[in-house]
Design a protein around this ligand. Structure first.
Ligand SMILES: NC(=O)C1=CN([C@@H]2O[C@H](COP(=O)(O)OP(=O)(O)OC[C@H]3O[C@@H](n4cnc5c(N)ncnc54)[C@H](O)[C@@H]3O)[C@@H](O)[C@H]2O)C=CC1
Ligand SMILES: O=C(O)C1=N[C@H](C(=O)O)C[C@H](O)C1
Length: 252
């Protein structure tokens, strides 16, 4: 049995993940972490300040973190201190936070870290890479849309798209929205929409003369992210202590 603790247990993703783990015959949900006490499918949820004692008591194989960037950094350090493997879906990390995470994890515990755990988005990223290789001289615009409660912008998935484009095309200027005199040059335009209960839309437009190609992904239910995170949790336990991507999990 893979023993799992969920951090961000009372949130949108935490509850989705808790349900899937609770129903999995090969997994045991042993509790959750959040900013306040509660329950997650009959297991105890403790406040973040008690994470070390809780991990030491429950001895999970893996901690799945979907919280906010600053919290995730502390939770990752706690998991590393307690020799617990990690699946991290939290987005919005600064470059400094990424460095801190890498030092906590590398050589200590295995961790799958991805801005998007849906299988479809991981295929979509491959398609974006392929399109960029062929269409580098087209104008490129990245657009993402999410629900009204999302804290970070642009989304982690959109930032991964920009990394892929930079890897294929060299680093280009990014222009975040346009207003006033904004003549297009060689930049990549980045556009963020927030509203209602949009689960997660991403598109990359390659616009040439007389034709456009658009590569896009739309998530209809958070279950796609949660199922991917649980798949990563099964995969990560017992691996060499380093950072892995969801592409490693899927063998892409
Ligand atoms: N990688 C992926 O596939 C996906 C990533 N996300 C990311 O996951 C994160 C969470 O998203 P949602 O569940 O929609 O947010 P949410 O706001 O519904 O849930 C976050 C939860 O974390 C809790 N939290 C805050 N500080 C904490 C701490 N120190 N320790 C433990 N819990 C703490 C909050 O109280 C809340 O219950 C965001 O960064 C989001 O971008 C969301 C969906 C998919
Ligand atoms: O906050 C969300 O909801 C999501 N966040 C991730 C991101 O920032 O890319 C993934 C997904 O799009 C949903």
């Amino acid at each position: 049995m893979v023993k799992v603790v969920v951090s961000g247990a009372l949130g949108r993703m935490g509850t989705n993940i808790g349900r899937i783990v609770d129903e999995a015959p090969d997994m045991e949900l042993v509790g959750g972490i959040d900013i306040r006490e509660g329950t997650l499918f009959g297991t105890e949820v403790v406040p973040a300040g008690k994470i070390d004692a809780f991990l030491n008591e429950k001895k999970p194989d893996v901690l799945i973190d979907f919280t906010v960037a600053a919290a995730a950094v502390e939770n990752i350090k706690a998991a590393a201190r307690n020799d617990v493997a990690l699946v991290v879906g939290t987005t919005g990390f600064s470059p400094e936070q990424r460095t801190t995470i890498a030092s906590a994890v590398e050589g200590t515990v295995p961790a799958v870290i991805s801005s998007n755990f849906s299988v479809g988005v991981n295929i979509f990223w491959k398609l974006v890479r392929e399109a960029a290789r062929e269409l580098g001289d087209y104008d490129i615009e990245v657009t993402e849309a999410h629900h009204r409660y999302k804290k970070d912008a642009p989304s982690g998935t959109a930032k991964t798209i920009l990394e892929i484009l930079d890897q294929e095309l060299g680093s280009r200027e990014k222009v975040y929205g346009r207003v006033g005199e904004a003549e297009r040059k060689g930049e990549i335009g980045v556009h963020v929409v927030r509203g209602g209960d949009i689960v997660g839309d991403h598109s990359v437009l390659f616009a040439g003369n007389f034709e456009c190609i658009e590569v896009s992904h739309r998530a209809y239910d958070r279950a796609v992210f949660a199922q991917g995170a649980v798949r990563a949790a099964r995969w990560v336990v017992g691996r060499e202590p380093r950072i892995y991507s969801m592409q490693d999990v899927l063998g892409l």
